[in-house]
Structure formats: C-alpha cells, structure tokens
Design a protein. Structure first.
Length: 253
C-alpha cells in the first residue's frame, strides 16, 4: 500500500473513532510503528490530527481545511445516503447550483442521468463527474483554483454565480450549531456558498451527523436562507424543534 493511501485510511479511522493507537495501526497496515509515527507526524503537520502518547486524536480545530481527497472517503456511507435522498428532490429540467463539498459531489453522481438539467458549479470534480452526462448542461463559474479542495473561488467565481437565478442551490458546510449557525472553515469558500444561496429559489443544506453542534471559522448565512436540511441520522428533539422554529424542513436520509 502506498503511503498516501495508508494516510487516507488513517484519517478515515480517526474520523470514525475520534482516536487511533500506533500499535493497532502498525498491525492493521503491516508496517513498523516508526512508519506509523511518521504518518501521524505528517498528518499533524497538515493540521488534520493531534498526536498523543501512543497515538493520535482528531483535531477539534474546526478551521482546519481538510483536503478533498481525504474528505471524499470520510463518512462515505452517510454522504451517499444523503445524496440519494437529495436526488429524489431534483426534477428533470431543474437549474442547480452545486458547491465543491465532498457531500455535494456524491449528489452529482446521483443526478447525472436526469433529463435537461443545468448545473452551475465551482467544483472541478463535479465538472469532470458530469462531463459525460448526456442531458446535462454544465457551467463552470471560473475563478482561482484552490488545489486542496479542487474548487474555484474568488471574485470572478462569486460574480459569475450572482448572474444566475436558479431553482435550487445544494450546499454543505463544516458545522452547524444553535449559537453560531452555519459555518465554514474558509472565508472565500463561504462567500461562494453565500452567493449560491442568494441566487436560488430553494436552498438545500446537506449535513451528516458529525457536523451538528460543531462551529467553524466563518459564519455563512442566516438560517432563513435554508429551505431543506438533509441529514443521515435522527436528531435530538431539541434540534428538531430548533429547525421547526426556523421554518427549515428536516429530511432524514
């Protein structure tokens, strides 16, 4: 196994279990403990985890901007379940804005066989995913490429988005708590998502269960922007009442 693949799997394990131990990883991947320590060192340098005595724990600094190739394999089952449900709410002929999140990438995989769609996106990955879709018009926002997320950001992309009026914007975020609302780790990504929400008749917010009661660096937009919230696990009664109070339709996937 290549080192980069091993590190991806380590990150998936730490996302699922919140912590990992060096001896267990050594046995799992059949490499020396020293090799695992070097892996954890590199991942810590990238801000993805914190090393501890004998292992590592998840980095609770939610402003960390985790690379897309790691996010793509994290909680993949949850993201696929959400995307399948979202696809039921997409109709033939819809005009859509799709952000560059790993969850929304899964939506693109689900809707590529629908008819007469128009998709506007700042995601290079989504553009490639839909490149062979027979009945889908794909519009790139253009902009400056942010390599770790393969997203197009900046004023050019934001202004391009604001030129459109679409049926639905499909957006994810890094966190959602009752005090700070919907938050994102990167300011320029947040501005793109704000522009998408402003340009859509309906806004779909896609969050797996790990995103609740988490707050990140940048506040995105008011809760009144959100029409539907899709998530993979049942929320507490407190959360259900909170969303109802803000007129957000909660969809379990």
């Amino acid at each position: 196994m290549l080192a980069i693949e091993r590190r991806k799997r380590i990150m998936r394990l730490i996302q699922e279990n919140q912590s990992v131990l060096v001896p267990e990883l050594s046995k799992l991947f059949n490499v020396t403990e020293e090799t695992i320590r070097r892996d954890l060192e590199k991942l810590e340098a990238e801000g993805l985890l914190k090393r501890t005595y004998g292992g590592a724990v998840i980095n609770e600094n939610s402003s960390a901007d985790i690379p897309l190739n790691i996010r793509e394999i994290t909680n993949i089952e949850s993201k696929q379940a959400i995307s399948m449900k979202v696809a039921e709410y997409i109709e033939d002929g819809d005009t859509l804005l799709l952000d560059s999140s790993s969850t929304v990438l899964q939506v693109a995989k689900q809707i590529k066989f629908k008819k007469k769609l128009t998709v506007i996106t700042n995601s290079e990955k989504i553009i490639l995913e839909l490149a062979n879709a027979k009945d889908c018009k794909v519009i790139s926002t253009g902009g400056v490429l942010k390599q770790n997320s393969m997203s197009l950001i900046g004023n050019f992309a934001e202004n391009m988005i604001r030129n459109f009026c679409v049926d639905k914007a499909i957006i994810s975020s890094k966190g959602f708590d009752m005090t700070n609302g919907i938050t994102e780790s990167n300011e320029m990504e947040a501005e793109i998502k704000k522009a998408m929400a402003d340009s859509a008749e309906k806004v779909f917010l896609l969050l797996d269960h790990n995103k609740f009661d988490k707050s990140s660096f940048v506040k995105m937009f008011d809760l009144n922007k959100i029409d539907y919230l899709f998530t993979d696990r049942k929320l507490s009664l407190e959360w259900e009442e909170f969303l109802k109070k803000h007129n957000i339709d909660l969809i379990y996937c």
